[in-house]
Design a binder for this molecule. Structure first.
Ligand SMILES: *Cc1c(COP(=O)(O)O)cnc(C)c1O
Length: 424
């Protein structure tokens, strides 16, 4: 049989009610083009004929809301930190015309994002000055370019990390024209290793917090306080974006502690444990921050007004969804899971409340597990839940699909319930 005959026809798909919202949103021509592309893939055998509609829909669907039931608080593939309602409102308010770079009192040009920067500076009094760029990678690029262009960056062999998706910190640093000078070994690096490498060619010493793995056993690495005595600037990449210590994550570095210990510049992400928008924070000595701010590259890495607005709102009200998920009471999560399981039983869906372990995620605290609770349902539901709107993403473990509640705000329980009940 010629399988091409069973490929759905363009006109039939264009009239399909499932594609009607896409036609309304994206226009008939774009939908037609997506259908024809999917049909072509079916003709070459890449797609099954009955997958054509789904492929066309997928190509036309904008970002979809996802309920993060993975138990991974900061899920890079899900956009890391969900913003607080206040931050979302701040974005909407900033989206129109604002005084982002104007002093309304004098009518003259003002420092861009001064109010967000002042809020950040107030949140980290240990920093003499602050600057914000597009993300932590940009913060490192700016530091490397402005402070070590044509010179050397000293970094321990144990801290040459790959962040994810093949993205390697050493490659990023070298791309700026700085030279990497590796010191020590994978598991042990001493202050002497650094001291022997410091010279006129040194731009700065870089300390990187290994945020997504741990080296255990026979290890050594000098503390920030020791590294700050080498007579050259110490740039410390804290990764996770904690501004102050969090008792729940004692091994996770924070900007205030590192600055107080002597780091001259700390970099961090805004959308990890800080729970804010994607951005890179640069905190530290006034002269270094000024050099970064004045560097021509700073203009290419600057953040937009929406990011500044969201960052300011996040700093002003640090009870973010990430903080709520991190500090959720495991017993309360279990009670929620039990209540949901009962409601699902009423709807004819087999679900049990189970105790689980959640994780902070690629954004920090490797090896830390957070006691949590989940709904355990049949693994066959995974695909159906992923294709819903909102999509629900869980994790398959021990032969079950676990819908972990730690990263699911309680307000979403109703939606979670309807999504799972619809699978019954
Ligand atoms: C996440 C991370 C980065 C990259 O941060 P982005 O904000 O994603 O650019 C760099 N260094 C460390 C240690 C990290 O944890």
């Amino acid at each position: 049989m010629d399988s091409r005959r069973s490929i759905p026809r363009t006109d039939d798909l264009l009239a399909d009610p499932d594609l009607a919202p896409a036609v309304a949103r994206a226009g008939r021509d774009r939908v037609k083009a997506a259908i024809q592309q999917a049909q072509q893939r079916a003709r070459t055998g890449e797609l099954a004929p009955d997958a054509v509609k789904r492929a066309a829909l997928a190509a036309l669907t904008p970002l979809r809301r996802v309920i993060n039931a993975t138990g991974v608080l900061l899920h890079t593939n899900l956009g890391r930190a969900p913003l607080s309602p206040l931050a979302v409102r701040a974005i909407a308010d900033a989206a129109g015309v604002t005084d982002i770079e104007l002093d309304l009192e004098t009518g003259r040009r003002g420092r861009r994002g001064r109010s967000a920067l002042a809020t950040l500076a107030a949140a980290v009094p240990a920093a003499e000055a602050v600057h914000v760029v597009n993300n932590n990678a940009a913060a490192l690029v700016l530091a490397a370019t402005a402070l070590a262009g044509g010179k050397e960056i000293l970094v321990s062999r144990g801290e040459l990390v790959e962040i994810g998706d093949g993205f390697r910190l050493p490659d990023l640093l070298v791309s700026t024209g700085a030279r990497l000078r590796e010191v020590g070994t994978t598991n042990r690096t001493t202050l002497r290793d650094y001291a022997e490498a410091v010279g006129p060619e040194t731009g700065f010493v870089l300390k990187v917090h290994p945020s997504n793995y741990r080296i255990e056993g026979f290890t050594a690495a000098p503390e920030v306080a020791e590294l700050s005595t080498l007579g050259v600037p110490l740039v410390a990449d804290a990764g996770s974006g904690l501004l102050r210590p969090d008792p729940l994550l004692p091994a996770e570095p924070d900007a205030a502690t590192w600055l107080n210990a002597g780091a001259h510049l700390v970099t961090a992400s805004g959308d990890k444990l800080l729970g804010g928008p994607q951005c890179g924070l640069l905190l530290g000595r006034a002269d270094l921050v000024e050099r970064l701010r004045r560097h021509p590259l700073a203009r290419a890495l600057r953040v937009d007004k929406l990011t500044l607005a969201a960052l300011e709102a996040t700093l002003a009200a640090p009870a973010t969804p990430v903080a709520a998920a991190l500090h959720a009471d495991p017993e309360a999560l279990y009670v929620r899971a039990q209540a949901l399981a009962e409601r699902l039983a009423d709807a004819g869906v087999d679900a049990t409340a189970v105790r689980t372990e959640a994780r902070v995620g690629g954004g920090g605290a490797p090896g830390v597990t957070l006691p949590s609770a989940a709904l355990a349902v049949a693994p066959v539901l995974a695909a159906q839940l992923r294709s819903g709107d909102p999509a629900v993403l869980g994790r398959v473990e021990r032969g079950h699909l676990l819908l972990d509640l730690r990263a699911v705000p309680e307000e979403l329980d109703k939606e979670l319930l309807s999504a799972v009940a619809a699978c019954g």
